[in-house]
Design a protein around this ligand. Structure first.
Ligand code: MBD
Ligand code: FE
Length: 250
């Protein structure tokens, strides 16, 4: 069955690639190397990693030009559905290593009205830059992943630890490509969030930290200062405020 959208996009894609091939006089050898590279990335289970690092940020930007809420960000390769519901905003257990972080804020609509009972689905790397399930086995490891609701007044309080900056896996094909580009493999430290409320469009975003050495050189080219927290320090704990803005469904 013909799919006009697929036909339109793919024909344009082939044209664009053929233009690039002509412009750079891509050799047959280079073409074969590119095919072998894609095969290798797939075999290494890096399809999502490769595409999310290099392309997802652009897709998000292109599809959120009209969006007036909190800036959107890539979901990335490490989201798991069905994260546990957490009590009292405790994303990090008492034994979790790292600097404690208390993140507070209010979920609001674009007019500033609070949104109660919004679902906030958080996931992040730990203080050593490791994602539960992916970097810490088993596949069911839900460390630093959890869901909660905003309160009656739209407020939330997340108790967690400050994540570390994270080098994308660089032993495999994706890492080899990053190296060939002359880039480093680091993403700045970040906390992922999917926020949703009844009658609101879902928001997928990431929160960063001012002063992070990789904020301006994110391998995924997606980190931004208007999503970066200025932490205040109190002993070995950190605090910040972050309001979340959702736009009503159409
Ligand atoms: C990540 O942790 C991430 O969030 C993205 C978007 C890509 C690679 C690794
Ligand atoms: Fe991530």
């Amino acid at each position: 069955m013909t799919n006009p959208r697929v036909a339109h996009l793919m024909e344009d894609l082939f044209l664009a690639v053929n233009d690039l091939v002509a412009k750079h006089e891509v050799t047959h050898e280079e073409y074969r190397a590119a095919v072998a590279f894609l095969n290798e990335a797939a075999e290494a289970g890096e399809t999502m990693l490769l595409l999310d690092v290099f392309l997802e940020g652009g897709v998000v930007d292109a599809s959120s030009r009209e969006w007036r809420g909190t800036p959107k960000q890539a979901v990335g390769p490490y989201y798991l559905e069905d994260a546990p519901w957490i009590e009292d905003g405790q994303l990090a257990g008492p034994d979790e290593e790292g600097d404690r972080l208390l993140l507070t804020g209010t979920v609001r609509d674009v007019d500033g009205n609070p949104i109660s009972d919004a679902v906030l689905d958080w996931w992040q790397a730990d203080a050593k830059g490791r994602y539960g399930a992916f970097d810490i086995p088993p596949r069911t490891n839900m460390n630093l992943r959890g869901r909660m609701h905003s309160k009656e007044d739209g407020s939330y309080a997340l108790h967690t630890v400050v994540p570390a900056a994270y080098p994308i896996p660089h032993e495999g094909p994706t890492g080899r490509l990053v190296e060939a580009l002359g880039w480093h493999p680091w993403r700045p430290a970040h906390i992922h969030l999917i926020a949703g409320g009844d009658g609101y469009q879902p928001l997928i975003t990431q929160i960063y930290f001012e002063g992070d050495e990789y904020l301006d050189s994110d391998v995924g080219r997606m980190a931004r200062h208007d999503l970066a927290l200025q932490l205040t320090t109190n002993g070995d704990s950190r605090r910040a405020d972050f309001d979340i803005v959702l736009e009503a469904s159409v």
